[in-house]
Write a protein that binds this ligand. Structure first.
Ligand code: PRP
Length: 217
């Protein structure tokens, strides 16, 4: 069997992958061996449907899709923007909804209003730079962090952060708030540009079936 007869999905490990499998289940796409919560396997195959799935860290999903080792990827819009990889974004899956925001202590609001030279900590330096330089015309110092970004303003590393806000509880519990909203986010389906042409019928069928399910919601 030629490997190209398989359609390969790259999913974002964790909650996004679980939600994706739930949605795919509604259009008859499943993968029994992925349901085992304790498994450490990274690649899963459904021989009957000729499907492969693999789990990776979010920022790597667009990379696998751009290089064509995965035909389809499911990943947050934040990661799609940040990584800037080539792929077609074909569907908003409607889950994983949150917002990209500038957050910080109330005292930082004035610095933003006066477009002062501030320090911005973020896991998303590309999004942060684009927002401040191209939308606000404000020169800022961007400091890349890898997680628990809320620490930035608390320990005095930065004035504000650019980060994802879902429920807002991380901010609240740390005495911070949303100061400006950059854009809404959600999980998206992306497709490799060559796969879209070479496996068009199969991929388009999946997109159409998913659209139907999403429209029913
Ligand atoms: C994300 C984000 C915020 C938090 C927002 O972090 O960076 O910290 O979730 O969610 P909330 O508004 O519902 O509190 P994540 O849990 O992915 O971990 P990280 O801090 O290590 O990036």
């Amino acid at each position: 069997m030629n490997d190209k007869e398989y359609l390969t999905f790259a999913l974002t490990k964790g909650r996004l992958a679980n939600k994706t499998l739930e949605l795919l289940g509604k259009i008859g796409i499943s993968c029994e061996e992925m349901l085992d919560k304790d498994t450490r396997k990274l690649i899963f195959v459904n021989e009957e449907l000729k499907l492969k799935f693999f789990l990776s860290k979010g920022p790597d999903v667009p990379t696998y899709v751009e290089y064509g080792v995965a035909d389809i990827g499911v990943v947050g819009k934040d990661t799609i923007i940040e990584e800037g990889r080539r792929a077609y974004e074909v569907l908003d899956l409607g889950f994983g909804k949150c917002r990209m925001c500038v957050c910080g202590p109330e005292s930082a609001r004035e610095k933003l209003e006066h477009r002062e030279m501030i320090r911005v900590a973020s896991k998303y330096p590309v999004i942060a730079r684009d927002y401040f330089n191209n939308r606000k015309f404000q020169t800022v110092d961007i400091i890349k962090l890898n997680g628990s970004v809320e620490l930035g303003p608390i320990v005095g590393l930065s004035d504000v952060i650019v980060d994802i806000v879902e429920t807002g509880s991380t901010l609240r519990e740390n005495g911070l708030g949303v100061l400006e909203e950059i854009c809404p986010l959600s999980a998206r389906m992306i497709v490799n540009q060559v796969s879209m042409k070479m496996q068009n019928e199969r991929i388009q069928n999946i997109i159409d079936s998913l659209k139907k399910v999403l429209d029913e919601k």
